[in-house]
Write a protein that binds this ligand. Structure first.
Ligand SMILES: Nc1nc2c(c(=O)[nH]1)N=C([C@H](O)[C@H](O)COP(=O)(O)OP(=O)(O)OP(=O)(O)O)CN2
Ligand SMILES: [Zn+2]
Length: 134
């Protein structure tokens, strides 16, 4: 089995409503997502696929949905105020943790036909979460 990994960088604001500490308050992160795609055989170019293909598949989702956005749980009481102020935000079905964001990115890239092994989201320089289905 071959694997390749492409890293993409983006940033967002969020808060974790149920967090017992400081993360329940609005704050932001500049993050790295490491996307690993696998293949049993190489294509005619000798690749799993071009790194640029993974970046393109990731960026079409990340740039539109996550990057420079405010990621909040759909039940966050801030949502009505943000909407009436005309602020951009994304209301999520689950808490905007690194785990859930890794799963969202995984789902998008897998949905584009790539055999994704894992997505690891580095939320800080020393903390990451990984989603995989294999
Ligand atoms: N399992 C998870 N734990 C935490 C998440 C998460 O997404 N999944 N998120 C947060 C905060 O949003 C934020 O990422 C803070 O992380 P943390 O590493 O605790 O914060 P610091 O950078 O302040 O850590 P230090 O290493 O102590 O500087 C919290 N937990
Ligand atoms: Zn955070």
């Amino acid at each position: 089995m071959f694997t390749i990994t492409k890293e993409v960088y983006f940033c967002y604001g969020h808060r974790l409503m149920k967090h017992q500490g400081k993360c329940r308050h609005l704050h932001g992160h500049s993050v790295k997502a490491a996307i690993t795609v696998m293949a049993e055989t190489l294509n005619e170019q000798g690749m799993v696929c071009d790194f640029a293909e993974i970046e393109a598949a990731a960026s079409e989702y990340i740039d539109e949905q996550l990057d420079h956005n405010l990621l909040l749980h759909k039940d966050d009481p801030l949502l009505p105020a943000l909407a009436s102020a005309g602020e951009r935000f994304l209301a999520l079905d689950e808490h905007p943790t690194a785990e859930y964001l890794a799963k969202l990115i995984f789902g998008h890239i897998a949905g584009r036909g790539y055999k994704v092994k894992s997505v690891t989201l580095w939320e800080t320089s020393n903390a990451c979460a990984t989603y995989s289905e294999f």
